[in-house]
Design a protein around this ligand. Structure first.
Ligand code: UAG
Ligand code: ATP
Length: 497
């Protein structure tokens, strides 16, 4: 696409140096991804200033370089006269605007659901996707579980854990649109919102799950964290709000002017669930929508997943589906990988994998599994190197005395000392040296230890960040496959002491 920077008034910028016209085939923030006729957006990062990589980007074929540092751009414009240099006030918002322009603002033709909240985002997006697909509306998801169109997993290589950078998002929307997936349920994390990855998007529905303390290492205070999440609702036409949540439900209701569907189990709301009964195949419950009740069934476990189901029901109601259509789609609802995933490949072993990585999430999972038949409960919990260290001992406190054996291990150590992370978690137990507590510095060893402790009839519950395809070790994304790790135990029948 040829861009004439001076003539096209819809492209915001402050100044242009070099040729006023440039050909652009892709927009990216990473010089290593630049190819012929790429538009490189230099972003001042946490580690290094993206302006440093301008020569690399030009060498790799950039026709256009965007940045916010006037002096640097004018210097490079003199060295590379064939390249267009575009000065902007804010590189991140410019990147979102330019990526949208490159793809002819296709996002405006798409039906976007944005899900925010501390816990449950991935699950709710997966539920919405499966319900809409069951209802005949091709829907995809974008989030921690990866990028899935209606058909299959997208070959997108993530550079962020959950919500991709704006340039990547617009590429994904374009490829979804091309293959006929016009509806997307995506996770809208507070960090992504603060870092303007969602700049310019308009959501048909903004969905809220809950707000408890998380990501303090980024936001610093709960107020900042909440403020970031609230911004999603400034970009949404309708809202789905969990009234059971004390963290931010009322704040959304106070600020939001559009149509709202509220949901809740403990508090009166537009959409409610009661009389919840769980069996080996899932849960049955009374679904009440605006005062009328219906018998509903869904293959989900635990009250929190009923709550997540209500969020998905609210999203489908907001999208215009009737209650009877929704009731038909509920039995086909599907969760995301690793979210209360039951592994039934190994006879005699009952294994449940769950992404719980906050103290609250951990408590809920343990409460839920306790209602399933079992002899002993063997539980693995983790401390996350790359997240707020203050949370680590709280993970132990959340489960103390609630399992027969507890294994403490590590997720995403990053550059941090593994032993320190394990010890930080264990310090939350009254007696960190108790004989039913085992410390393992590597997730793989923790899982093998849990399996080696188990006998027939025991329930093995492995929690933490085992899904996503990698673990961050130092500054490397090292490939990691949870199911392979489990399988290797049975292949080797290894017994760790
Ligand atoms: C805090 C944060 O969001 N960091 C993201 C940010 O990294 P950074 O600011 O450290 O980047 P940097 O290393 O200083 O580099 C600066 C710029 O130079 C560029 N560069 C760098 C090297 C090079 O050779 N060429 C080049 O052009 C980089 O692409 C970048 O644009 O830009 C990188 C490139 O996109 C991201 O990979 C990185 O996400 C890291 C991996 C991360 O962990 N992000 C987390 C905090 C995050 O975003 N999490 C949220 C919430 C998760 C959840 O709760 O579920 C999420 O939405 O994922
Ligand atoms: N509605 C909920 N309330 C509380 N806890 C929940 C809820 N839904 C899920 N959880 C717990 O949180 C864990 C993570 O769930 P999920 O991946 O859906 O959340 P998330 O918000 O996407 O988290 P992340 O952004 O960190 O990936 C689950 O495995 C479960 O233990």
């Amino acid at each position: 696409m040829k861009w004439n920077w001076k003539k096209n008034k819809s492209l915001p910028f402050q100044d242009v140096f070099g040729p006023a016209e440039s050909t652009i085939t892709h927009v990216t923030y990473d010089s290593r991804k630049i190819q012929e006729n790429g538009c490189f957006v230099s972003i001042p990062g946490n580690n290094i200033d993206g302006h440093t990589f301008i020569p690399d980007a030009v060498h790799n074929g950039a026709s256009t370089v965007v940045g916010s540092d006037r002096d640097t751009l004018t210097q490079y414009a003199a060295s590379f006269p064939a390249v267009t240099f575009v000065l902007v006030e804010d590189s991140k918002t410019a990147m979102a605007d330019y990526a949208a322009h490159l793809h002819h603002h296709i996002h405006k033709k798409m039906n976007l659901f944005g899900v925010t909240g501390t816990n449950g985002k991935t699950t709710v997006t997966a539920y919405i996707r499966s319900m809409l697909n069951n209802l005949g509306e091709p829907a995809g998801i974008i989030g921690t579980a990866g990028v899935w169109s209606k058909k299959s997993k997208h070959p997108f290589k993530p550079t962020t854990p959950t919500t991709p950078e704006a340039a990547d998002l617009h590429d994904i929307f374009a490829s979804f649109y091309e293959e006929g997936t016009r509806t997307v349920a995506m996770e809208a994390t507070s960090i992504a919102i603060d870092l303007k990855r969602l700049h310019g998007l308009e959501f048909e529905v903004g969905v809220h799950t809950n707000l408890v303390s998380e990501h303090m290492e980024f936001h610093g205070t709960m107020e900042n964290y909440k403020r970031a999440k609230l911004k999603l609702f400034q970009q949404s036409r309708q809202a789905v709000v969990n009234l059971d949540d004390d963290g931010m439900a009322q704040d959304i209701l106070n600020m939001f002017g559009g149509p709202v569907w509220t949901y809740g189990i403990r508090r009166s709301a537009d959409i409610m669930a009661s009389n919840i009964r769980t069996d080996a195949g899932g849960s049955s419950f009374l679904l009440t929508v605006q005062g009328r009740s219906y018998l509903a069934r869904a293959p989900v476990f635990g009250e929190y997943n009923i709550s997540n189901t209500l969020a998905a029901v609210g999203s489908c109601l907001a999208a215009g589906y009737s209650v009877s259509e929704i009731l038909c789609s509920l039995p086909g609802i599907q969760g995301a990988e690793g979210r209360f995933q039951i592994v039934s490949d190994y006879p005699g072993k009952q294994i449940i994998l769950d992404y719980a990585h906050t103290p609250d999430a951990l408590e809920l999972v343990v409460e839920t599994v306790k209602s399933l038949p079992h002899k002993r409960l063997i539980l693995m919990i983790t401390g996350i190197g790359l997240r707020d260290p203050a949370k680590r001992p709280k993970m132990a406190a959340a489960v103390e005395g609630k399992a027969d054996h507890i294994i403490v291990s590590v997720d995403h150590p990053g550059p941090y000392n593994r032993q320190r992370i394990v010890d930080d978690v264990a310090s939350g137990f009254h007696d960190p040296e108790a004989e039913n507590i085992y410390k393992r510095k590597h997730r793989e060893d923790g899982i093998h230890k849990a399996l080696s402790l188990s006998e027939n009839g025991d329930l093995i519950v492995i929690t933490g960040l085992g899904f996503g395809g990698y673990q961050v070790i130092n500054d490397q994304h090292v490939p990691y496959d949870e199911l392979e790790v489990i399988d290797s135990y049975f292949q080797e029948n290894r017994q760790l002491s």
